[in-house]
Design a protein around this ligand. Structure first.
Ligand SMILES: Cc1cc2nc3c(=O)[nH]c(=O)nc-3n(C[C@H](O)[C@H](O)[C@H](O)COP(=O)(O)OP(=O)(O)OC[C@H]3O[C@@H](n4cnc5c(N)ncnc54)[C@H](O)[C@@H]3O)c2cc1C
Length: 298
């Protein structure tokens, strides 16, 4: 008998949607199959499959080779695929929350989210509860006994940040944490878990370029005193217009850990700032391009 696959294709139905802020909406999905899903971290990523250009709901087969079937389909006709975060999974109630940024009718996911009504059907690939091992698909792996944490994100990574803060607030000794969150407008702040050692700075983008305020935040972030001398490592550049920027942390100690997600060119500039200018160990940092302005990189 073959062992269950780490990831599986789930058929889900939109139960309800409600605004968390003007730009970020919570979508709750249901369906019997959701009971067989699992999530392993606050930044657990999943792929959603959207209706095709004709508006037909995705109908990929739930078979081990579903991805090959998908890739073999005509790109113009197959269901668009995009990456999202499990905000909360209530497997016992067969409910799944995903928080969608509504960024206008510029891409299939945001367009779908803007118009979707309860009853709409999607397919999602997510970790399979029947698989007993670690399915991967997440980067939030802070070292035990972490002392200082830096979080920098925009609204697309806010669902992950909200989950990370919730988890830390419930832990016995949460680290000293600085969170910088760039959102489209001042009214886009949402309520987050807190504890005495946490500072959250909301930054309203308004007319600034996406990520510009995140980059400024990296310049003023409080960093560990033990950071080595400036300008040590020379980083190879990443062509963020064609490649997904994805630096994964592998922390060497519990002193400092960083998690940065948002517009890719901004994350690239933060990478340079924190590692090259401010001497932070690159192994202490997750640096993730969640989207790239003007490009589609899924
Ligand atoms: C690991 C991971 C987890 C993610 N989790 C979430 C999540 O939980 N919620 C969420 O909303 N997003 C999340 N994202 C981001 C999401 O995948 C992208 O924003 C995606 O491009 C949206 O697809 P689309 O079809 O709407 O637009 P696309 O077809 O991909 O892009 C069309 C145009 O819209 C622009 N665009 C894309 N996203 C934005 C944006 N946010 N603001 C302004 N312009 C944009 C693109 O640059 C492009 O010009 C995540 C990304 C990653 C990598």
């Amino acid at each position: 008998m073959t062992s269950p696959a780490p990831y599986k294709l789930f058929n889900v139905t939109l139960l309800r949607k409600a605004p968390l802020s003007p730009s970020l909406w919570r979508f709750t999905f249901g369906g019997a199959e959701v009971a067989a899903m699992k999530t392993c971290a606050a930044d657990q990523r999943i792929k959603i499959f959207l209706p095709d250009a004709e508006g037909r709901p995705p109908a990929l087969p739930d078979a081990p080779d579903w991805y090959a079937t998908y890739k073999a389909q005509d790109p113009a006709l197959r269901p668009p695929m995009r990456t999202y975060t499990i905000r909360q999974l209530r497997a016992e109630a067969a409910e799944l929350d995903i928080d969608f940024v509504l960024h206008g009718e510029t891409g299939p996911a945001s367009t779908w989210a803007t118009h979707a009504k309860p009853g709409a059907r999607l397919q999602i690939t997510a970790p399979n509860a029947a698989h007993k091992g670690d399915p991967g698909g997440y980067e939030w792996k802070p070292p035990t006994g972490l002392k200082r944490l830096l979080l920098i994100a925009d609204e697309t990574a806010l669902p992950a940040i909200a989950g990370i803060l919730e988890q830390l607030a419930a832990s016995p000794e949460p680290p000293q944490t600085q969170a910088f969150i760039e959102v489209p407008h001042g009214g886009d702040q949402i309520s987050l878990a807190s504890w005495p050692g946490l500072t959250v700075e909301w930054m309203a983008r308004d007319a600034n370029a996406p990520g510009a305020l995140m980059v400024l935040a990296a310049e003023r972030a409080v960093l560990p005193l033990s950071a080595p001398a400036r300008g040590v490592p020379v980083l190879a550049d990443v062509d963020v217009d064609n490649v997904i920027l994805w630096d994964q942390a592998a922390p060497r100690d519990s002193g400092f850990y960083g998690w940065v997600g948002g517009e890719a060119a901004a994350v690239l500039a933060i990478r340079r700032q924190l590692i090259q200018e401010r001497g932070i160990d690159r192994k202490a940092l997750n640096l993730m391009g969640y989207w790239r302005e003007g490009r589609v990189l899924d």
